[in-house]
Design a protein around this ligand. Structure first.
Ligand code: ADP
Ligand code: ASP
Ligand code: MG
Length: 413
């Protein structure tokens, strides 16, 4: 008799029929004698609908109120699943974040989990019931509702698996595992049986939304294996675990893209110490993460153009801050571009191979894709491109690095 933590995403609970389907799957495990905690997302499209409502009402919705609003989607799905389970004769209880003490910091709309209580869930287990937990939401020390960022139910599930000591955290979604790139935009994408925490972390942070980045950070920290499976078929599955001997050691193991990127440029700022600090401190104070940064200094060394990227979600707030700071930095103009995206190649094998980046640039130029910004780390290369070329770029890179076939894709050592 084990402890099982399962998470079902929005498309898996997107209609009453799908909720009944999830209930049948959970009931089967329950009848094996397992103690089960099921974490749910809101029904497909619901979180988007709530965000749109807020944005239609207000140009800059208050983030505390935003969390009160967007956390409601999960309250609906957990109550419905608990009802469906009861209809199948399985005792079940829905639980919201405040009932099980999912404590977070105060960063509304992208809060970080500090601690998760186990007492309530253990009592539910002891009563022979299935715990149906609302994902995505948390509660601050002051008892305010928070949310964990888009896709945050993955993180709720992994955190719960860690504190309950589950052997594995099962994430059920609309694809049957983690692929070399998004299978919904590239039909040559290949499913991986296993992927290391580090590679998955990089893929997730660069846009592979199959797992939220924070969930992989948690899994790595507490050594919780994550099994990604399809809700709709028993085949496939990908295990995210510590790197091991028989894992594929590709130079490039995945291609990712992120459409949630926007670029802000300050033209003609004075080239003197403190300029970057003024802008980026202002953004950090409002919890806005900056991704890529590029600075070009004019030939006479007096002025610079500074470009950087933030998420599209933070774009309006970031523009407001930058426009406010621009006069004191002497900026001639502030411009914004929300029609960009980031495309990346990822692979731990890149550490020991030269020439990977140049091959990426060449592949993109072959199909006429212009690169606006570049950033690299030991195990990834990212390029900012025009959003309309994302699919073309992903397919081109997938082919260039021959990711449809297992084995080294950049010559042998
Ligand atoms: P859920 O609602 O179940 O949490 P998500 O939409 O958040 O599902 O994540 C699943 C989606 O992630 C897939 O439908 C797929 O389009 C996308 N995806 C992006 N990159 C990958 C990848 N490398 N492997 C698998 N799926 C990916
Ligand atoms: N419902 C939330 C979202 O759409 C959380 C999740 O799905 O994981 O982002
Ligand atoms: Mg998700």
């Amino acid at each position: 008799m084990g402890i099982v933590v399962q998470k079902y995403g929005g498309t898996s609970v997107g209609s009453l029929e799908k909720i009944r389907n999830v209930a049948r799957k959970v009931a089967q495990r329950y009848k094996n004698g397992d103690r089960i905690a099921v974490v749910l997302s809101a029904m497909a499209g619901e979180t988007d609908r709530l965000i749109t409502l807020a944005n239609e009402l207000s140009a800059n919705p208050d983030s505390r109120e935003m969390d009160v609003l967007i956390s409601t989607g999960e309250q609906v799905s957990v109550s419905l699943l608990a009802m469906a389970l009861r209809d199948l004769g399985v005792p079940a209880r829905s639980l919201l974040a405040h009932q099980i003490s999912i404590r977070t910091d105060n960063t509304h709309t992208k809060a970080r989990i500090i601690d998760v209580g186990v007492e309530t869930i253990k009592k539910v287990f002891d009563a022979g019931e299935v715990a149906v937990v609302a994902g995505f939401q948390g509660i601050t020390l002051e008892n305010d509702i928070t949310t964990l960022g888009r896709g945050g139910s993955d993180t709720s599930a992994v955190a719960l698996a860690a504190v309950l000591g589950a052997d594995v955290c099962e994430i059920y979604t609309d694809v049957d595992g983690v692929y070399t790139c998004d299978p919904n935009i590239c039909d040559k994408a290949r499913r991986l049986d296993k992927i290391s925490y580090d590679e998955m972390l990089e893929m997730a942070s660069l846009g592979a939304k199959v797992l939220q980045t924070r969930s992989v950070e948690f899994a790595k920290k507490y050594n919780v294996p994550i099994l990604v499976k399809s809700t709709f078929s028993d085949n496939g599955g990908t295990l995210t675990i510590k790197e091991d001997e028989d894992m594929e050691k590709e130079v490039v193991s995945g291609i990712t893209y992120d459409r949630n990127e926007a670029k802000i440029t300050l033209l003609g700022v004075q080239d003197r110490p403190g300029v970057a600090a003024t802008i980026f401190t202002g953004l950090a104070e409002k919890n806005i993460n900056v991704d890529m940064i590029i600075q070009n200094v004019s030939p006479d060394g007096k002025f610079a153009d500074l470009s950087f990227t933030v998420t599209k979600t933070d774009f309006n707030k970031a523009m407001e801050i930058v426009r406010e700071k621009a006069p004191q930095l002497g900026a001639r103009e502030v411009t914004g571009d929300t029609s960009i995206a980031k495309i990346s190649i990822v692979g731990v094998g890149m550490r020991s191979h030269a020439g990977v980046a140049s091959r990426m640039f060449e592949a993109l130029s072959c199909v006429g894709i212009n690169i606006m910004m570049i950033s690299t780390s030991e195990i990834k290369v990212s390029c900012v491109i025009d959003e309309k070329f994302v699919e073309l770029g992903v397919r081109q890179l997938h082919e260039t690095f021959e990711l449809d076939k297992p084995g080294s894709n950049f010559g042998k050592d």
